[in-house]
Design a protein around this ligand. Sequence first.
Ligand SMILES: NC(=O)c1ccc[n+]([C@@H]2O[C@H](COP(=O)([O-])OP(=O)(O)OC[C@H]3O[C@@H](n4cnc5c(N)ncnc54)[C@H](O)[C@@H]3O)[C@@H](O)[C@H]2O)c1
Ligand SMILES: [Fe+2]
Length: 387
Amino acid sequence: MNIQVHAPRLMLVGGGAVGQVGELLGRLGLSRPLVVTDPFMLSSGLLRHCLDPLEAAGIAAGVFSDTVPEPTDVVVEAGVRALQAGRYDCLIGFGGGSPIDTAKAMAILAAGGGRMADYKVPASADHAALPVIAIPTTAGTGTEATRFTVITDTARDEKMLIAGLAALPLAAIVDYRLTFTVPPRTTADTGVDSLTHALEAFVSRRANPFSDALARSAMALIGRHLRPAYAEPRNEAAREGMMLGATQAGMAFCNSSVALVHGMSRPIGAHFHVPHGLSNAMLLPAVTRFSLNDALPRYAEAARLVGCAAPGDADQLAGAKLAEGLEALNRDLAVPTPAAFGIDPVAWNAKKALMADQALASGSPANNPRVPAHEEIVRLYDAVWSG
Ligand SMILES: NC(=O)c1ccc[n+]([C@@H]2O[C@H](COP(=O)([O-])OP(=O)(O)OC[C@H]3O[C@@H](n4cnc5c(N)ncnc54)[C@H](O)[C@@H]3O)[C@@H](O)[C@H]2O)c1
Ligand SMILES: [Fe+2]
């Protein structure tokens, strides 16, 4: 089997690593960064973790802090204008997946021109772009290590998947100490996003020995550390384990793929503004049950790795325990159903056929062990509505 492996050129991993951001730029021959972040990172002072070491290294950075959760083409275009107004030689994405994905999309659009929609899959955004250095503060999307960015087309309410070498950061700083301040709700949502990345990479039709190793490690780390990180925000071991697991899960799906959960999750996010990890969590148990028997040995191994099943459990039992374990995880992390989240039932029913169209069009369901028909996706949207 021939495998293509994508990863950033350099990653600094560990507590306090963000303090080396100035030296990192120096090693890469860069000196004029535009830092892309969100308003909370700026107002809370968390951005100082990035700006202080840059200043100490004598680097004057610009700041674009207008990113929004689940970034849009409109915000990316505003970011490109800010980028073109200065003489920058790189972008630093600092924050959760939203600012980092915005920085990636700005680099792509600034270099290639046109509209964001021109770059969505099946197009491949491989053209040279300004280098992006990614510094995640959630654990997390794994976007610091992936060749993807997800941008909402505001006119069409569609979350577009954009893939290619131009979306792969040149370097990343993975510093778990930046996540101590993440509130429990976001810890849960981003943690389930990571778990979904690892599990989907592992059961995907595009799984391979390289992605498998990363997915296995990520599932074990996340299975062990997600609940403690949710319950005790300053639990150092839990935060460190989650950050490592999130980045490994990102590398796993970047070199394999995501599958049906992500395919169905993006339309929920686009139409109903549900945070990405939360819409994954709403779907994960039901989609796992739907897919289980088409990759039973893989799901069973996943169950043992995340700690839902005992090492000696036979595959059928371990698989069943995985679905139950994911339901229990949702209860422990207080994950609401779409109904309990407050989505309008009339709008949900009116949109579900379109959401199934958009899920299929993204290509992700085709990587699932059980490839669903349109009406099966609609039935899954029905099944998760109120649990
Ligand atoms: N490109 C990829 O490979 C990839 C993979 C998965 C998800 N995504 C995308 O990532 C986005 C979601 O990213 P996210 O889940 O990290 O959420 P986010 O970036 O939207 O952040 C969520 C909230 O957490 C806050 N926050 C972030 N770091 C914090 C910290 N250290 N302390 C306190 N608060 C903090 C933010 O200000 C924000 O309010 C979505 O747009 C999703 O589509 C991309
Ligand atoms: Fe995700």
